[in-house]
Design a binder for this molecule. Structure first.
Ligand SMILES: Cc1ncc(COP(=O)(O)O)c(C=O)c1O
Length: 430
């Protein structure tokens, strides 16, 4: 007799022994009061401040977004009622795709049920359709891109993170005639650094490769209309496929690609993860479009966001906490120890009422554990001061080293991350 239960229990036990077992805080966000939230724990509830949300601009509670969702819910009902092919192709979704194509200056867009699915389905489908395709994938690409690469069945080569020389070597070896797809992100979600997009596009042109960029951590927040880093740097037409999410800065749910008609039609026609699943509900599509339209014409949220990011970075530097150098709104605080990272997060929540999820392996390599702090326009100076004081107290209590990231982290880790000079990324158009 096989005792299946024991196999699963053993798997969980080893995960716990490696400090990799994930515990989800039971958090209830309060619309209109974000970043305040209620934390439920062992029958008790208490008010906490969320410092790790990917609702980067607080659009999940924006009145335009809420009323679009409410109106559509009452007009169209709750669900989509089917896959896109079978009765689920709702009008708000069609309007959303037109809005996304316009945002990125592309012919067309295609919406998926999440950013994860959009990456997995699009990368796998495109690479599978290209005979003998070679995928060149940045070393720090997100799990959803890695899964897409894997599912494509194509040969892959990993290029060292943001290392153009390495990328060029691989392109050169493959030659101009072999179909190639370069897949990378604009803003890397755990380090907060930015890819050299223009130079990657130059290489792609020189070696005749297709380019696929994940702008999940940039759409809504960068560029004069929120079109991401590619818009900010005037590069949208240099990249073949732009992928994004509706679940982070846009505050709702869903993912998408934007590209030329033929590429979008190919993914629409061949991607299993698009075809065989129920469409996004109309109320979510309507809310997402309201959010995108708002951020296309309003730079205020971006300006406020960058301001709170700058103030937070300055406070952490003043407190001599080991903040990793970052060019963007993502602020990683180096811990470098799985158990202490979890303990720091627990102390922040239980003792100081601050919710910051620990980031441990496999999201980051072992020895690079960190707290990932994401200020929003809804945070303020009092909250930032409270955060800095609480972090100092936790660092003292856990005997974690103070000082700059370069002095605290092992040199191998610092070198690996090729620390760039600290800067706040400028907000174009605002
Ligand atoms: C870089 C990157 N791409 C894609 C995704 C998936 O997006 P979604 O949360 O919409 O599924 C994430 C999610 O965190 C991400 O960090």
């Amino acid at each position: 007799m096989i005792d299946y239960h024991v196999f699963f229990q053993n798997a969980l036990t080893s995960l716990k022994a490696e400090q990799r077992y994930r515990v989800f805080a039971d958090i209830e966000r309060r619309a209109g009061d974000f970043p305040h939230a209620v934390w439920y724990d062992e029958g008790q509830s208490r008010d906490v401040i969320v410092w790790c949300s990917n609702d980067y601009l607080g659009m999940g509670q924006h009145p335009d977004v809420l009323s679009a969702m409410q109106n559509s819910l009452l007009t169209h009902g709750a669900g989509a009622g089917g896959t896109r092919n079978i009765s689920g192709n709702n009008h708000p979704l069609v309007q959303l795709e037109a809005c996304l194509a316009d945002l990125h200056g592309k012919d067309a867009a295609l919406v998926f049920t999440s950013g994860y699915v959009s990456n997995e389905a699009s990368i796998a489908t495109l690479a599978r359709l290209l005979p003998d395709c070679l995928i060149l994938s940045d070393q720090l690409n997100h799990a959803s891109m890695i899964e897409g690469v894997r599912r494509s069945g194509a040969v892959k080569k990993i290029w060292r993170h943001n290392d153009l020389e390495h990328l060029e070597d691989l392109l050169k070896t493959a030659g101009r005639c072999r179909p190639k797809m370069i897949v990378f992100e604009s803003v890397y979600s755990m380090d907060g650094d930015i890819a050299p997009i223009e130079r990657i596009a130059d290489l792609a042109e020189r070696y005749n490769a297709l380019t696929y960029i994940d702008e999940v951590h940039a759409v809504g927040m960068y560029g004069p209309h929120g079109g991401g880093i590619c818009e900010e740097q005037g590069l949208m037409d240099r990249i073949d496929i732009i992928e994004g999410t509706l679940a982070k800065a846009y505050g709702t749910l869903g993912g998408y690609i934007a590209a030329d008609h033929v590429i979008v039609d190919a993914v629409r026609s061949f991607a299993s993860g698009f075809i065989f699943t129920t469409a996004l509900p109309p109320a979510i599509a309507a809310a997402a479009r309201a959010s995108i339209e708002h951020l296309k014409q309003s730079a205020e949220e971006r300006r406020q966001h960058q301001l709170q990011v700058r103030l937070t970075k300055e406070a952490l530097i003043r407190a001599q906490l080991p903040m990793m150098a970052t060019q963007t709104h993502i602020i990683p605080l180096f811990v470098g120890h799985a158990e202490k990272c979890k303990q720091a997060s627990d102390l922040l929540l239980r003792k100081h009422g601050l919710y910051i999820q620990p980031i441990n392996y496999p999201t980051v390599p072992r020895g690079e554990e960190r707290l990932r702090i994401t200020p929003t326009p809804c945070h303020n100076k009092a909250m930032i001061d409270h955060l800095a004081d609480a972090l100092i107290s936790v660092w003292q209590e856990l005997d974690l080293p103070f000082g700059s990231y370069e002095t605290v982290a092992p040199p191998s880790v610092v070198n690996q991350h090729k620390v760039q000079p600290l800067q706040i990324y400028p907000v174009a158009g605002g």
